[in-house]
Design a protein around this ligand. Structure first.
Ligand code: C5P
Length: 218
């Protein structure tokens, strides 16, 4: 990656799904593979950045030269990210964080009770990690991701403003979870631009270039 557009910068990345426990053997998760986040973290490292990668449960090898912190739940991801964020120049939130978690984790496996009635699982909302980082007194440059089933541009622009972040990246593909390729839509204050379908490795490099450019003009 020449020139090293992120030399001297510190970049924090979240990646993968979260796992929200129901009881000791069950939980709620999603199909995020972590590939986009790992590719971005690797591209940032190759561009000269010092990279911290906070990963949910994924089966991916750690790219060379970066610091990886493994977590399971959204709360754990939040608690790992928040104390680190202010010491970074860039925060890229690629993780597919669960919106809700069971209000209580049962200490014993939930058993069928013989009545035929399923258990009711009460849910509570998880903290929004990206919005919390963006609200820091001196936040890093924050980049969010948006996966929408329809009206991507309008939803992404609204989400960018609601979370108070300068840049959001929309997934233009139908289902990108687990795939090696993706098509992205960059949405910022100035407008939007499509990055054509490419491998997540290649997209990672292009996104790093875009982010580095915006950092310069910050
Ligand atoms: O609100 P929504 O989940 O659609 O926003 C997606 C963006 O926000 C992604 O960048 C995701 O990593 C981040 N996010 C987060 N914490 C949450 C939910 C989403 O950091 N609890």
């Amino acid at each position: 990656f020449e020139p090293k557009v992120l030399a001297g910068r510190r970049v924090l990345v979240t990646a993968g799904p979260t796992f929200e426990a129901i009881d000791p053997v069950r939980g709620i998760t999603n199909h995020s593979s972590g590939k986009m986040g790992f590719a971005l973290a690797q591209a940032a490292r190759e561009a000269g950045a010092e990279v911290t990668l906070v990963a949910g449960p994924v089966s991916l090898a750690t790219p060379r030269g970066l610091t990886r912190i493994d977590v399971d739940s959204a709360q754990q991801m939040h608690d790992a990210v928040l104390p680190l964020a202010a010491a970074h120049d860039v925060f890229i939130a690629t993780a597919a964080v669960a919106d809700w978690r069971p209000a209580a984790v049962q200490t014993q496996k939930i058993k069928k009770d013989g009545t035929g009635r399923p258990p009711a699982i009460e849910m509570v909302e998880n903290p929004d990690i990206l919005a919390a980082v963006a609200r820091l007194p001196v936040p890093p440059y924050c980049v969010g991701f948006a996966a929408e089933s329809h009206d991507l541009l309008a939803h992404a622009q609204a989400k960018r403003q609601r979370k108070g972040i300068p840049l959001i990246v929309g997934n233009l593909g139908p289902a990108t979870f687990g795939q090696d390729d993706n098509t992205l839509l960059l949405v910022d204050e100035a407008g939007h631009r499509e990055i054509p379908t490419a491998s997540k490795r290649q997209l990672g490099r292009e996104l790093v270039r875009e982010i580095a450019e915006r950092l310069q003009h910050r």
